[in-house]
Design a protein around this ligand. Structure first.
Ligand code: GLN
Length: 536
């Protein structure tokens, strides 16, 4: 019988609910349970695909091509379970479904209302994972904070679900902030009490309260919270600030989160197996060296816009026993050869991640040129691969106005271009999304890194390498080493004779795991370490 865990947040946002949900997933999985995480977001966008990265951070892409909230990246990295279209639902998606049905006459002339129609649709979606595969636990995170107007239908839905699936199969976890007042030298429980009261007013009694706190929670505060919030004192779980998010599951397990969840559901607890994870965290905390990687992008002010890339660099660092320091460089800063050399001179490797639109492109091209001509390891991801190709076309093939037609529709040499079958007009509808096959050329850097002939990687882009230039590139030292066999699309390019200059049209960062770094990130950091050691 599937068990349902609902995680809500209170007091303030940004408490790390996603990390808490992901940690619980890992903790339960390590006990041998089959788990799946999902997230419900109360905003009205259909998905975050068309949202500005500055607003929303990274768009995480699943195997089946869903454009989702970045918390899904945490879920996948912690639980090592691949998620799907049904794993992230927004209020917009719920309303779209209902309104389409209304237009088709699906309500037989009835009045369509938030309750029961919207809540029914939310509940239907919340239960979907159990229909898709056999799972023991569905962990559902509700975005936003209790008290938000837009969260109400979601909270009502999780209240109703308890009676739909049976009270003994449901557990509610509420995550709040326990502020520490320096002057009074006291942890303040009042905001949590208020938040729990708000939930109770909606008919939801939390079973477990998780508290973000700067300092350990004393027993008096625990007792007080237990008493006022109607929970057992061992269901008050402290969630201290961690040095790394990857330590959080270990801390939560020590605090008894897994035990509390099992007991609340009346299931026999079994020992967790987090040894491998703990070894990974230990290795992360004990690097033997440190290197700097320059990340050249257009949204660098908001690091969350590149969350999975950052995590993948960290994973590769763990594998290589190396602390990876990221030097965040706004592409526009690289305005000429001199500023480029000054900013990039100290980097052991250069990474140009994905992006949309023309801003900063010329700076990225300078970064690629600097990497190519100075033998610095370069990893181009999606836009970063297209940049590598454009730079190569301009400087090596001598096509001075080569560009992507995304940046310059009138470019005489559109070495990156739309495919003839794309009309490119409707945003959000014409991207190549999700996993596609990539056949690797034996002996290439990529084939050796993967140790495979065929791989599947996730995509999120509209433009492609223009095959009509392919033979000219190949004759001049840019090797095509990965191709999508179905449509003959170029997926990977490598600069011959360069220590490590690789561009990939896909997003390898979505498949990296802390204890299993993505092969290309792993080798990129390996090459950067080599470079740093040579320079010493
Ligand atoms: N803007 C480019 C394209 O659409 C690259 C996209 C990306 O980097 N995700 O093809």
């Amino acid at each position: 019988m599937t068990k349902y865990v609902f995680i809500t947040g209170g007091v303030v946002s940004s408490l790390g609910k996603g990390i808490a949900a992901a940690s619980l997933g890992l903790i339960l999985k390590s006990r041998g349970f089959r788990v799946v995480n999902q997230k419900f977001d109360p905003y009205l966008n259909i998905d975050p695909g068309t949202m500005n990265p500055y607003q929303h951070g990274e768009v995480f892409v699943t195997d089946d091509g869903a454009e989702t909230d970045l918390d899904l990246g945490h879920y996948e990295r912690f639980t090592d379970e691949n998620l799907s279209q049904s794993s992230n639902t927004t209020a917009g998606r719920v309303y779209l479904t209902i309104l389409n049905r209304e237009r088709e006459g699906g309500f037989n002339g009835g009045t369509v209302q938030v309750i029961p129609n919207v809540t029914d649709e939310i509940r239907r979606r919340m239960l979907l994972p159990a229909q898709e595969k056999q799972v023991d636990f569905i962990i559902t995170e509700i975005g936003g904070t209790v008290g938000d107007i837009e969260s109400l239908p979601f909270l009502e839905a999780i209240r109703q679900i308890k009676y739909e699936v049976g009270v003994e199969h449901c557990v509610y976890i509420h995550l709040t902030l326990l502020p520490y007042m320096k002057k009074a030298q006291e942890l303040k429980s009042k905001p949590t009490q208020h938040s729990v009261k708000e939930l109770q007013g909606l008919g939801i009694q939390p079973d477990i309260i998780m508290l973000r706190s700067e300092i350990p929670i004393d027993s008096a505060t625990r007792e007080k919270l237990a008493l006022f919030c109607n929970v057992r004192s061992d269901c008050i779980i402290e969630n201290l600030n961690a040095k790394s998010i990857y330590e959080v599951p270990l801390m939560m397990e020590k605090e008894g989160l897994g035990r509390a969840v099992c007991r609340a559901l009346n299931i026999e607890d079994s020992p967790s197996h987090l040894e491998r994870w703990a070894a990974m965290v230990d290795q992360m905390y004990h690097p033997v060296r440190r290197i700097t990687i320059a990340l050249v992008g257009k949204y660098v002010e908001l690091h969350d816009a590149y969350l999975s890339v950052v995590e993948s660099l960290l994973h590769a660092g763990i594998h290589n026993k190396t602390e990876v320091i990221i030097d965040w460089i706004a592409a526009e800063e690289l305005s000429d050869a001199e500023s480029t050399a000054r900013r990039l001179g100290g980097a052991a490797g250069i990474i140009v991640p994905g992006g949309f639109g023309g801003r900063g492109i010329e700076g990225m091209i300078r970064a690629a040129e600097y990497a190519r001509t100075n033998g610095i390891p370069y990893f181009g991801i999606c836009l970063g691969m297209q940049i590598l190709v454009i730079e190569y076309a301009r400087r090596v093939l001598g096509l001075e106005r080569a560009n992507s037609s995304e940046m310059d529709a009138a470019a005489p040499d559109a070495v990156i271009d739309l495919m003839p079958d794309q009309d490119g007009k409707i945003l959000g509808g014409t991207l190549r999304l999700g996993k596609y096959e990539c056949a690797l050329v034996p002996g290439s850097i990529s084939a050796r890194a993967y140790g495979a002939q065929t791989v599947w990687e996730r995509h999120r882009h509209r433009y492609e390498f223009n095959n009509s230039y392919r033979s000219r590139f190949e004759q001049n030292g840019l090797a095509v080493t990965g191709v999508n066999p179905e449509r003959n699309l170029v997926e990977i390019v490598e600069v011959s004779g360069h220590p490590w200059m690789v561009g990939v049209q896909f997003h390898p960062e979505f498949k990296s795991r802390p204890d299993r770094a993505h092969p290309l990130f792993r080798e990129f950091i390996g090459a950067a370490v080599h470079r740093a050691e040579e320079a010493r």
